[in-house]
Write a protein that binds this ligand. Structure first.
Ligand code: 7TS
Length: 416
């Protein structure tokens, strides 16, 4: 580790300096400085990522793996290190346990489709939680319907926490796989994934973690967690859109059939028989997103130069500040009051429609998200159509939280 990184780690983050790495944060919206609080939807990209991708297209672009020519080899040499960086970042045992996908959604669809076709029988079940993103519900519903299996649900209490008392009972109902999010995008709940893993593994049941909202906020060690599958998107961890990762334990990935057929995923093809490629290529049909791998690799380098521990400490402090500030607003109701939370603040104010509040905030340059956040079942449980959601990143500041509070007060004056 370089001296500068060590110094940064000791001193924590210099947020104003960090913000300079993100050119888009200098944008003004309706005459106000942009306050970007929609980080759960997608994060902004630092110059390091933008420049790495630009460099790739400007100087290296070519198709990987298939050519003897100079650029093709350069492209392969630029593309494959991304896989190594990701494996190191999540502490995977093997680099070939990292499968490149389009994002969390495709990673989950891959497992649902391949695992489902191989292991799901009529009357079996998949277990999810009541606070999943649609990406971790619908793919399972689809394969369950196809295989005559059932989708079962771990309930969530009023505070937005999993009701684990029911877990053992549910697992006994012919559950073949548990799929849950690490951190909820709708409530901000950090789920007790270790307890779920322990209970599931106690019965020999594999677990898929949807880490779309966790990878950017907390250190993840897949070996220490002993998780079987883990999915995340590059764009939520300061990398490019359209690129993501499925981690799978080698022993599971070797058992699963390919997800899609095409180039790259084969060793030999004849009309009589096709022999599939080894991991990870067995699951990577077609020309991959080379710039995606380069961009995600650059994002992980950037994050590590700041230090995940520094990021976690700062975001924790910012979250505590934001929670205090929002709780001080008369008539504001937090949706999700879990003891362990990260990244996301979901709320409603009096009888103001989330969309109206979002619009008034937007006019003040404050970007929040309104709606059901692709988590309709948990919204139904709270009997609400949606919420206003402010979601944090390490480049957000306490004065941006103050701006949000001022903006909400303004909305109350106008509409309350
Ligand atoms: N799982 C969770 C927990 C998510 O938050 C999201 C995206 C996904 C899966 C899907 O990720 P994708 O990159 O494949 O689309 N969540 C959100 C959100 O909260 N607002 O916009 C996208």
């Amino acid at each position: 580790m370089s001296d500068t990184v060590t110094i940064k780690r000791k001193r924590g983050l210099d947020i104003m300096k960090v913000r300079e790495d993100f050119p888009i944060l200098r944008t003004t919206v309706f005459g106000h400085p942009l306050v970007y609080l929609d980080n759960a939807a997608t994060t902004q990209k630092p110059l390091a990522v933008l420049e790495a991708q630009d460099r790739y297209y400007t100087t290296i672009n070519s198709n990987v793996h298939r050519g003897v020519h100079f650029l093709s080899q350069q492209a392969t040499e630029a593309y494959e290190p991304g896989r190594k960086k990701i494996a190191a970042f999540i502490h995977a045992r093997h680099t070939h346990e990292i499968i490149f996908t389009k994002g969390t959604t495709e990673s989950i669809n891959l497992v649902a489709s391949s695992f489902g076709r191989k292991f799901l029988q009529k009357g079996d079940a998949i277990l999810v939680t009541a606070m999943e993103h649609h990406s971790n519900i619908v793919p399972w519903q689809m394969i369950c319907e196809e295989r005559g299996a059932l989708l079962k649900v771990i309930p969530v209490n009023e505070k937005g926490e999993l009701v684990l008392d029911e877990l053992d009972g549910l697992l006994k109902e012919r559950v073949k796989l548990v799929a849950l999010n690490y951190i909820s995008n709708a409530l901000g709940t950090v789920n007790p994934v270790r307890e779920v893993l322990r209970a599931a593994h106690g019965m020999g049941i594999p677990v898929l973690l949807d880490a779309a909202q966790a990878i950017q906020h907390t250190e993840i060690d897949v070996q220490e967690l002993d998780v079987d599958f883990l999915a995340f998107s590059a764009h939520k961890i300061y990398g490019p859109t359209g690129f993501g990762v499925l981690y799978g334990k080698e022993e599971w990935l070797n058992q699963l059939p390919p997800y899609q057929g095409g180039g790259e995923m084969i060793k030999t093809v004849s009309f009589e028989k096709t022999v599939y490629n080894d991991l990870p290529y067995k699951f990577e049909a077609g020309t991959p997103d080379m710039a995606g791998s380069v961009g995600l690799g650059a994002a992980l380098d950037y994050i590590q130069s700041l230090g995940m521990d520094n990021i976690r400490t700062y975001e924790h402090e910012l979250m505590a500040y934001a929670l205090d500030a929002l709780r001080g607003i008369d008539g504001l109701r937090l949706i999700g009051e879990a003891r362990e939370r990260a990244g996301v603040l979901s709320f409603l104010v009096g009888s103001i429609h989330p969309f109206d509040l979002g619009e008034i905030l937007d006019k003040q340059g404050i970007a929040v998200r309104t709606g059901h956040h692709c988590a309709q079942p948990i919204m139904d449980q709270y009997c609400i159509p949606g919420t206003v959601r402010a979601s944090l990143a390490f480049y957000n500041t306490k004065s941006e939280i103050d701006a949000l509070v001022t903006g909400i007060h303004k909305a109350i004056q106008l509409l309350g």
